[in-house]
Design a protein around this ligand. Structure first.
Ligand code: FES
Length: 113
């Protein structure tokens, strides 16, 4: 089972998920990484779920068009949209030190823990 490390608010939150898991979907049903993952629309439209991939990024598929549209140059800095990722391998993510301009974007939906 993939092991997840999520850096958030200066702490590291750790959990295991089934293969092919979407972390935003899990948070939506109040399972790890709830309540520590910030997200919004769940559809690649708001970037509130933006994470910096610290380790395990090489296992992920290439960014889709929604990630390219929302993240632009930030993709080169390791940013991904958690709502667009189905996790199949161990991964370490951070929502600490997210670009403030990116974090401030959104569609008015806020479900930040
Ligand atoms: S939750 Fe809105 S883009 Fe991922």
């Amino acid at each position: 089972m993939p092991k997840i490390l999520l850096h958030k608010n200066g702490r590291i939150h750790e959990g295991e998920v089934k293969e092919n898991t979407n972390l935003v979907v899990r948070a939506g049903i109040k399972q790890f990484p709830y309540p520590n993952l910030s997200y919004g629309c769940g559809m690649g439209k708001c970037a509130k779920c933006a994470c910096i991939v610290i380790r395990g990024g090489e296992q992920l598929p290439a960014p889709n068009w929604k990630e390219k549209k929302q993240l632009g140059d930030k993709l080169d800095e390791g940013y991904r949209l958690a709502c667009q990722l189905w996790i199949e391998h161990d991964i370490e993510l951070s929502q600490d030190n997210i670009d403030p301009a990116l974090a401030a974007r959104g569609d008015g939906i806020t479900r930040i823990a």
